[in-house]
Ligand binder design. Sequence first.
Ligand SMILES: [Zn+2]
Length: 274
Amino acid sequence: MFSAPSPRAIYRNRECAVVGGNIESVRAGGGECSRACLRRQAACARAGYRAVVISRHTRRDDGASGAGDETDGVDIERLRELALDKKVVAIGECGLDYFRIMNNESGIKERQKEVFLDQAKLAQELNKALMIHCRPSKGTDDAYEDLLTIIPNSKFLIPKIIHFYVGSLEITKKLVAAGFYFTFGGVITFLPRRSHLAEAGAGDYDEAIKYIPLNRILLETDCPYVAPQSQRGKRNEPAFILETARKLAELKNLDFDKILGEIYTNARTVFKII
Ligand SMILES: [Zn+2]
């Protein structure tokens, strides 16, 4: 586990426009978040971060939390109430996580799909972006295939962003055609660039990144996890994203400044940040 960011880290990140965090914990100072999580949120608020993404997070028995765990349902009314805040620019992360499911125990995939669809509909209703967590089972693209049928582009016209994307080239082509956006984190800088997070389609991960048009790409930290190669093992933070951007520029064979400008524009566009 990582502790809250130090004052120095907050200073280092003061000019980063960060999208992330959970408004309920920022506002109420309570709820399901741990104390460490609350300290991080408070630090973000002090640093002037101005956009948040919300969804319901529940905790598994092992203490981990994440999208795909909300199989006991989501209080959509409560989520709607919070999401009406102007600072909320997206609903999420929510989605499908098949990575740890064995033999679809007790219909858990079906429950994940229902809970995800409820939140996708809310994003559509409020005309806010949808931040999607989608993790396939090992060596497959199964969760991405399901994503295409659950939220077809014809019905969901909001920006649909797949965070921490790790799909194969084949599924990437389908998702690009269906209008999705993709975010990449520090994992693209890893040497070798093959973490457990990139097992699906690992052979052509670089090819998938090269294939996606630049105007569909965003970068992320997934803070505090997955710091880029030169900072591996440390607490991740927005300032480190420059290393990820440098790697993206190399893969795309484009100028670093151009990459920075384009990614910034993309973020402003999908989250309607002025
Ligand atoms: Zn996630």
